[in-house]
Design a protein around this ligand. Sequence first.
Ligand code: FE2
Length: 280
Amino acid sequence: MNVQPLSTAMGVEVSGIDANSLDEAGFNRLRDVFHDNIVCVIRDQSLTPRQQVEFSRRFGELETHISPVYQMKDVPEVMILSNEVVDGKLVGNPDAGSDWHSDQSYTDRPCAYTILQSVRVPEEGGQTAWTNMVTAYETLDAETKQQISGLVGVHNFSRHKNPRMVPLARLSKDYYEKYSPPDAFHPLVRTHPFTGRKALYLSPRSTIGIKDMDDAIAQPLLDRLFAHIDNVELVYRHQWRAGDLVMWDNRTSNHIALGGVKEPEIRRIHRTTVAGEIPF
Ligand SMILES: [Fe+2]
């Protein structure tokens, strides 16, 4: 197993392994490297959707998305991300993750890991970026660390409840009412269950307030924290290649899909998510 850093912010590229046939020692080593580096890219893989499900299950129980709209029919644990249209219908989610977020933070037990296998990669666009929320926490000034210690963020899926988000034209208010769980409450600073490291846990996409704090105080504090994480020094930006198997730890990162795929080019990615613990 060869491990190379991807950037000064975070992330490693792992080569010399086949994710489909890792023995237990190899898998445990991979998981440790992954936890330490937050984002892990394994090049030149070709997992089928079922193989991706089997690989993902080694990290824990799998989840299916709260919305069934873009699930793969015969493998519901796989969600399709794609701009492809077949018979007038999108085959996948065309604009998943277009704002900084941590996956499923709007549920009581957010997913720990997201695993993506690229299938079709456009010539241009379709990049993904991550921001290192461990470094984001560590680089806060002492006063802010003190101020947010013990505070609990309020998370919600609906763009209509989030003053920082613009509702998407293709998704109605009814869609969010149908699929949005009630508000979820998570500490603004969470501890990683394997490494013990602390990370900021909040995002402009899903964190809509602070529990038991008036918005007059909470919203400017959130604005300040969102500005702090929007820092290029914390970011790794990934240019996809076909056969990339990319996984990230949602406890210690935010991510964003940067879009920019030009028709008629097609991007297609298969996504699985692994259940996590209740954040602490
Ligand atoms: Fe996401």
